[in-house]
Design a protein around this ligand. Structure first.
Ligand SMILES: *Cc1c(COP(=O)(O)O)cnc(C)c1O
Length: 459
């Protein structure tokens, strides 16, 4: 499989090149030249496979011949060995809701599903093709620890993650700073998340520094992350339908950067019988508004109890738009250019009707989120995290929907306690988390300070 850019400015490249490139060099996003389709007979056969074997079948056509199947198998097996559930992403049914638990990875968040694989892929490609990678990122709490766990202890890779000192939750802080591998470098900055982001941006723009030290990112636009997430849609479908290819399933997806739901869209285009994708947002509703009106219009971010979905612009949305606009790169580039200038983008009535055939947008308020956590808990004893609760609430009128559970409730204990009156417990493997030793550098929120620290660490 070869990869192209949504903006049409990249000559077809291999899967490996797409993984290492991240963002396309023409400013667009990378996509496979053609989405492979799956025969209904294969769907039925795949419904019986364990997660790892299914992952191999789903990912193979996207990766071959660049990475041979036996190597891919090794990467998959290693990536999901770190999950604490034998099914990796089990579907469970507390009461009459269906929940797909995506939080059995090492940091209790669904991002582990993608970042465990991405870390192994980076290591494999650097080992095979040579080179090194110094990952740099800023986090407001959640993604940082998933990224750190994805690459801890890996050869040829260092990771530097900036977080705002004392402005992330104690659990989040400890999850990052208790990783003591030599290649993991936590930096607490005396400033805000925005300071961290602007320092990172500045360092990526310092091209001499970036090139000399092979700086790279692990953001949500990497194609390999999307690919890893396509797998669990197939897995959920297999568990629920038992392989009957006539059974169509709706999915409800708590959405931020449109990565997770876009993976569902890829599964749909591959031929997975998905009847509907419910695009669930919190009150930062740019995407649910788009699904309702056909207009994509940036607003200001308002903090919520589901912070991993507090976004203003959804970085993966461009991929969906590319397909919606019939893979017309010129038109897409024009639309994105217009959006950059005016903050608004609109699709035609005909295209809006096409969106409606598959996607339903729903924004969920803070009160509704709390109410959903409370109701589900009272009726079934099952504890939802606030992100998952947004998706469950949005699926109220779709009783057969599979709702994606994107975080373990213990990661967002404050909201959960507010709703249920009870503090959720950390899983046994993390029970001692708050007692673990830590390593972190506390530094001023100055670009030059961070740069000097990175140079002295790496040289
Ligand atoms: C990142 C994240 C989301 C949103 O996923 P996207 O792929 O950005 O749409 C939802 N819930 C949790 C817990 C997350 O960490």
């Amino acid at each position: 499989m070869r990869y192209i850019s949504t903006r049409g400015g990249v000559e077809p490249i291999t899967f490996s090149q797409a993984v290492m490139m991240g963002l396309a060099t023409d400013g667009g996003l990378l996509l496979p030249e053609k989405i492979p389709t799956v025969d209904p007979k294969d769907l039925t056969a795949w419904a019986k496979l364990p997660f790892q074997e299914l992952a191999l079948e789903v990912m193979r056509p996207f990766v071959e011949p660049d990475i041979p199947a036996e190597d891919l198998k090794g990467l998959i097996d290693r990536s999901y060995a770190a999950f604490d559930h034998p099914k990796v992403t089990p579907v469970i049914t507390p009461g009459n809701v269906q929940i797909m638990e995506l939080f059995h990875g090492p940091t209790l968040a669904f991002k582990d599903v993608a970042l465990q694989l991405l870390g192994n892929l980076f290591e494999y490609l650097l080992e095979r093709d040579g080179g090194q990678l110094n990952i740099l990122g800023a986090t407001s709490g959640d993604t940082g620890s998933s990224a750190i766990y994805g690459v801890r202890g890996k050869a040829h890779i260092n990771i530097f993650i900036l977080h705002p000192h004392k402005r992330v939750s104690p659990i989040q802080e400890r999850q990052m700073t208790s990783v003591l591998d030599d290649n993991v470098h936590n930096i607490a900055i005396k400033g805000t998340f925005d300071d961290g982001q602007s320092i990172v941006k500045g360092l990526f723009n310092d091209l001499d520094f970036k090139n000399k030290y092979s700086l790279g990112a692990v953001n949500s636009i990497n194609w390999a992350r999307i690919l890893a997430q396509v797998v669990y849609y197939f897995y959920a479908w297999g568990q629920v339908s038992k392989g009957d290819s006539k059974v169509k399933i709706p999915f409800s997806v708590p959405t931020g950067n449109f990565g997770d739901i876009f993976a569902g869209y890829v599964a749909y285009r591959m031929g997975l019988p998905i009847s509907r994708l419910i695009l669930a947002t919190n009150r930062n509703d740019i995407l649910s508004r788009f699904a309702k009106t056909g207009t994509y219009e940036a607003g200001t971010v308002r903090p919520t109890m589901s912070p991993s979905m507090d976004i203003q612009v959804a970085s993966n949305f461009e991929r969906y738009l590319y397909y919606l606009l019939d893979e017309d790169s010129a038109l897409l580039s024009e639309k994105m250019q217009g959006f950059a200038e005016t903050g608004t983008l609109e699709v035609s009535a005909e295209k809006k009707a096409e969106v409606d055939q598959l996607i339903t947008g729903c924004a969920v308020s803070e009160e509704e989120t709390l109410e959903q956590i409370r109701t589900t808990f009272t009726e079934t004893g099952y504890v939802l995290d606030p992100h998952t609760a947004v998706g469950v609430r949005a699926a109220r009128d779709e009783p057969t929907a599979v709702c994606l559970a994107t975080a373990h409730p213990a990661k967002f204990s404050e909201a959960v306690k507010k709703a249920t009156g009870k503090e959720p417990e950390l899983p046994a493997a993390l029970a001692d988390l708050m007692d673990r030793p830590t390593r972190v550098a506390l530094l001023d929120a100055q670009q030059e300070t961070i740069k000097a620290h990175m140079i002295s660490t790496l040289d």
